[in-house]
Design a protein around this ligand. Sequence first.
Ligand SMILES: [Mg+2]
Length: 292
Amino acid sequence: MDVQAVWGAMVRAIRNVGRPGVASTAMAAVDAALWDVKARLLGVPLATLLGAVRDGVDVYGSGGFTSYSIDALQRQLAAWVDAGIPRVKMKVGRDHRGDLARVRAAREAIGDSPELFVDANGGYDRKPALAFARAVEPFGVSWFEEPVSSDDLDGLRLMRDRAPASIEIAAGEYGYDLVYFRRMLEAGAVDVLQADATRCAGITGLLQVGALCDAFEIPLSAHTAPSLHLAPCCALARVRHVEYFHDHARIEQMLFDGAPRPRPDGRLYPDLARPGLGLELRRTDAAKFEVH
Ligand SMILES: [Mg+2]
C-alpha cells in the first residue's frame, strides 16, 4: 500500500473544498489510519517503518492555562518537573498585566534549571510582545510561542531579531499545507517551526514539513497529540521535541491502551513490541462519547 499515493489522491479530491481547515484534518485522520494499517500489516512499529533515527523523543509538559489560579499553575508545572520533564510551557496573553506575575510564579515553582516556555497564541501586538519578552528574560524564559499573530510574519521576524537572544520564537501550529510552512520559513519568522499532524494532513504532511526544516536548517517541534506524533518524530532528523499537552495526554490515556507516558528521563519512547502506532481504542470507554 502506497500511503503517499493515496494522500496525493486525497489532496486532488478536496481541491474544490479548500485545503486548509477541516478537509486537512479529515485527511490527517485517514492518513494516520493508513500508516497504522500499513505498519500493522508488515508487523512492525510505525517508528521502524518510517525509519527511526532515535529511540525516543524529548517532551515538554504543556498546559499552564490562563484560566488557572496561580496555585494550580504552580502545581501543574512543578508536577511535570518532579516527573523528570525538564521543560514546561504555560499560556500568556489574555491578561497582559497579570502575565508577568504568572511567569514569576511559574519560575518559583519549577526552580532554576528547567526550561520555561510561554505561548501567547497571538495575544500581543508587536511592541507589547517585545516589551514582554524583555520583561521575562530575567525569569529564564527560553521560548516565546506566537508572541504575535502567526499570520503576522513580519511581526514574528521582528520578534526573532529584537527579542533577547536567549528567547526562541516559535510558531506553525496552524499550518495546514506545505506552502504555509515554506512562507513562514522564507520570512525568517521562527527559530523553531511547529507543526501539527492533525492539521497538516497527517503523518505524510508532517514528513514533508520535516524535509522543509532540513532544507532551511530549522528545528521542528510537534504540536500536541503526543501519541500520534511519537513515531514520525522518531524518524525526523530535525525534531527538537513533542508537546506533551495536558488535555490531549489525558484524553489519550483515557481512550487508548498503549498511549505512551513520559519516562523519568523526560522522553517518550514507542513500545517496539506493538505494531503500528501501538494504540488500541478502548471501545467500551469510548462508547459513551459516540455521536449519532
Ligand atoms: Mg501554541
